[in-house]
Design a protein around this ligand. Structure first.
Ligand code: PXG
Length: 464
């Protein structure tokens, strides 16, 4: 059998990578000088690189490997499915068993009347589907002018033109522009933007920005609001407890559709199957991807309420779909992943074991001189780095300078913990054990200490 392995020296792999492989969200010239780290294998929460380092993955890949790496059942299922039906489409009045079974399983797991699934290949594609769905919904209801979607600054919804436009990250908009009809309101990031307000008052105020926006735009023009229950790529921004109930009240009051982007928060990450359950959100549509297959296959989708489905169906054909919508191999693998999550009690493990164990140790990181707040919901956490905890001051250096230095120490200490600006973030595989959490925390502390020493030595530990 043709086993893919580390068959070349690291330097040669890096040279070929730099010469031919263009990476996402990467400064190509900078990377070419440094050389990319080559990951060669993984098991559980542990990665191996081409130099033989054993790295603890505090990010579950890119927030997706919920059941951990190397579960051979998924490969077995993929092989069986490829042998039986490697591909067929779900256009033109055909279907197949994996897509049927997965859609039915997702409908069973999803709360309320979220009973219909439209499959995509990724979270970005699913959010592009959502833009069409909500605009089509209002067209069929005879209100085609209702097409504006309200989203948040510093939200992340993907990197296609639709997903990137829903996201509120201006550097992304700067590269290629953004589609029309999307309006961004301020985010519920109390640590950075809450000033003298209590978190609760600030959460209410930031939710009420939605009402203000609806009134400014005109409710007759607004189709939907989209938000991540917890902003992930934006830095694991956990909204104050007042935020989501107020958003829900406003969506209900004005009758606009609510889309919960559960690409990161879905499938156990927050200690429930969906982040919407953790925050009491009742969405009309959920975006899913990542943990749906634990990253073993690329698959995403939209879970759609009876109400939205029925209205769109009334309109006849929806001119939308992807070659790989409901791909049989991806669907079969996702189904096996959900079986493992359910039968092995992975969500309960997060809620009853891993979260409580990590929560105590994560909170204790605020004893470190550079750590302001520590947030953890389920297994999604962040810490804010600051030169002054009392005032929640920002560093004088450009945002991210300090965070990057700590991340470099994590990298050197064989811990994958990322930075977003001057916040450090984690989202480990959901199957992480208490002893692995000890390793994660020990390496995080070491990296913080080393980062702190370097930052002080360089004169960067100053408020802006
Ligand atoms: N919605 C959310 C909430 C996401 O986090 C997407 C949609 C898009 O999914 P796809 O499968 O198209 O990538 C995401 C993806 C980061 C990072 O730097 C986060 C994501 C993707 C890439 C990088 O944290 N999230």
């Amino acid at each position: 059998m043709n086993k893919i392995t580390n068959h070349l020296p690291t330097a040669e792999l890096q040279r070929l990578d730099a010469a031919h492989h263009m990476h996402p969200f990467t400064d190509a010239n900078g990377l070419a000088q440094k050389g990319a780290r080559v990951i060669t294998s993984a098991k559980g929460v542990w990665l191996r690189d081409s130099e033989g380092n054993k790295i603890i993955d505090g990010m579950a890949g890119l927030w997706c490997v919920n059941i951990g790496y190397g579960r051979t059942e998924l490969g077995d299922v993929a092989k069986r499915q490829m042998d039986e039906l490697s591909y067929y489409n779900t256009f033109f009045q055909t279907t197949h068993v994996p897509a049927i079974a997965l859609a039915a399983k997702i409908a069973e797991l999803a709360p309320g009347d979220l009973n219909h699934v439209f499959f995509a290949g990724s979270g970005s594609e699913a959010n592009d589907t959502n833009i069409r769905l909500v605009r089509r919904y209002w067209q069929v209801k005879g209100q085609p002018e209702k097409r504006v979607i309200i989203a948040r600054k510093n939200g992340y919804h993907g990197s296609t033109m639709g997903g990137g436009s829903l996201g509120g990250m201006s550097p992304i908009h700067a590269h290629g522009g953004k589609i029309d009809g999307i309006v961004h309101i301020d985010q519920p990031d109390w640590w950075s933007e809450g000033g003298d307000m209590t978190p609760e008052d600030f959460g209410l105020a930031r939710a009420q920005a939605l009402e203000t926006a609806i009134n400014e735009i005109g409710v007759d023009k607004v189709a939907a609001f989209i938000g991540e229950p917890i902003q992930g790529a934006g830095g694991v921004i956990v909204p104050p407890s007042t935020y989501w109930p107020e958003i829900q009240r406003i969506c209900d009051k004005y009758g606009i559709l609510l889309i919960a982007d559960e690409v990161i928060t879905g499938f156990g990450r927050t200690g429930n199957w969906f982040g919407s359950q953790t925050f009491g959100i009742k969405p009309h549509i959920m975006t899913i991807a990542k943990g749906l297959s634990s990253g073993y296959q690329p698959i995403g989708g939209s879970i759609i309420s009876d109400e939205v489905f029925n209205v769109v169906a009334e309109g006849g054909e929806l001119y939308h779909g992807y070659t790989y919508s409901g791909h049989p191999v991806a669907a079969a693998v996702a189904l096996e992943n959900l079986r493992i999550i359910q039968e092995e009690g992975v969500v309960e493990h997060v809620r009853n074991v891993a979260h409580p164990y990590l929560a105590e140790r994560w909170a204790a990181l605020t004893d470190h001189p550079m750590v302001g707040e520590a947030k953890l919901v389920g297994l999604m956490g962040s810490i804010a780095l600051t030169p002054n905890k009392a005032t929640r001051a920002k560093f004088a250096s450009e945002a991210g300078t300090v965070g990057y230095k700590v991340r470099e120490r994590c990298f050197a200490n064989n811990l994958i913990m990322r930075h977003v600006g001057d916040r450090m973030i984690i989202a480990p595989p959901l199957v992480i054990t208490p002893s692995e959490i000890d390793v994660l925390i020990e390496r995080a502390k070491k990296s913080l200490d080393e980062g702190y020493a370097a930052i002080k030595a360089e004169g960067l530990f100053v408020a802006g």
